[in-house]
Write a protein that binds this ligand. Structure first.
Ligand SMILES: Nc1ncnc2c1ncn2[C@@H]1O[C@H](COP(=O)(O)OP(=O)(O)OP(=O)(O)O)[C@@H](O)[C@H]1O
Ligand SMILES: [Mg+2]
Length: 349
């Protein structure tokens, strides 16, 4: 008897969970329709309230929570935060590797998160390319450089004959500062910097519109970082590309970004134009990132006090926080009283 009651209760809770999931799906579909108005001048990429969760049930881990930001055509937006904050997770959601558990991602007004017809999905794979974080792990060790760069072209038949394919591959390899004779080699025969260049060639040969560059220079020697950055900038200028650039620290992104998005433990805490953010960092986490930037003067650097972010300063049990635009496109995450004090700081400075 007791067993029967237990079984009944278990069935009911399963049914309730299924109902809840259905209601959540319907609500999401209403909030995030398949198309949103889009015209020239609007952001090409619009990330709206996305959650990204790994695992399910009790093991579920929300790596990104309620993240929203926009990117305009031709812009470089940098996503900055410490290790494990969810940067790669967001990048992979844009190129449709990671699914979103809530919210939506729009590209030119079309929802690109969730299921899509095969044809649209394929076209997006070409238009939105990702340069992966680890140049050592992201190339197929058993394939020649020629095959690695050609693979996307072959999959998408982006050439009319063999001659054109070879031309495209040779142009891509020389564009990134390597030589056509490198094409017959294998990834292990290259240095980290050269492998990163192969990764870049593989992306740009697809003639993408949008590139997620996931820490493309972090694994490289300081001396070649500038070269790779300049290369990315050159492609952007020549081809009108839009970039989401992912980095650990602010010093790298200052000179290449139009705007910066700061993320901490899966939550976006501040968004502003680069110079605005450097002149007026408001969120304490952004301030801690700023204080970690080395000063070129050795005496000042020695005496500098590092600012450590302590999340317990927030009192979010009593006041609900949100990401608020305090003017000039500067957004900060905070409770109503924090936002009021950030506004005051910004005006008083
Ligand atoms: N496939 C996965 N399964 C389970 N957890 C994952 C998966 N991918 C990422 N995570 C978790 O999500 C969180 C965010 O990871 P992510 O790789 O996005 O961080 P990141 O900001 O790119 O860090 P880093 O700067 O070290 O590259 C981490 O806690 C990570 O362990
Ligand atoms: Mg990462």
């Amino acid at each position: 008897m007791a067993d029967k009651a237990k079984e009944k209760a278990a069935k009911k809770s399963l049914l309730d969970a299924a109902k809840e999931r259905k209601a959540f799906k319907e609500e999401q579909a209403k909030k995030f329709p398949a198309k949103i108005p889009y015209q020239e001048g609007d952001p090409v990429l619009s990330i709206r309230h996305i959650d990204i969760t790994f695992g399910s049930g009790r093991k579920a881990f929300k790596a990104v929570s309620d993240a929203s930001f926009d990117i305009y055509k031709g812009e470089t937006v940098s996503l900055v935060g410490e290790s494990g904050s969810g940067k790669t997770t967001i990048g992979r959601a844009i190129v449709r590797i990671n699914p979103c558990s809530a919210g939506a991602i729009y590209y030119k007004g079309e929802k690109i998160s969730g299921k899509l017809p095969h044809k649209e999905s394929r076209e997006l794979v070409r238009k939105l390319q990702m340069i992966f974080q680890d140049p050592a792990a992201s190339l197929n060790e058993r394939a020649t450089i020629e095959y690695i760069i050609s693979e996307g072209l072959i999959n998408f038949k982006l050439y009319k004959d063999e001659k054109e394919r070879v031309e495209k591959v040779e142009k891509a390899i020389t564009d990134v500062g390597l030589l056509p004779e490198h094409l017959t080699r294998y990834p292990h025969e290259f240095s980290g910097g050269q492998r990163q260049r192969v990764g870049i060639a593989r992306s740009v040969v697809m003639e993408p519109e949008f590139i997620v560059a996931d820490e493309p220079i972090s694994a490289l020697d300081v001396s070649i970082r500038a070269q790779v950055l300049n290369l990315l900038k050159k492609f952007q200028k020549e081809r009108g590309l839009t970039y989401l650039f992912i980095a650990h620290d602010l010093s790298i992104v200052r000179f290449i970004s139009d705007r910066i998005v700061v993320i901490h433990l899966g939550k976006i805490v501040e968004i502003a134009e680069t110079e605005e953010l450097f002149a007026h960092p408001l969120h304490p986490y952004t301030k801690s990132l700023m204080s970690a930037i080395p000063i070129p003067d050795p005496i000042l650097e020695k005496e500098k006090e590092l600012f450590v972010y302590d999340p317990s300063v927030h009192n979010y049990e009593e006041e609900t926080p949100s990401l608020v635009d305090i003017g000039n496109g500067h957004l900060v995450y905070g409770s109503p009283s924090e936002i009021a004090s950030y506004k005051k700081q910004r005006e008083g400075e």
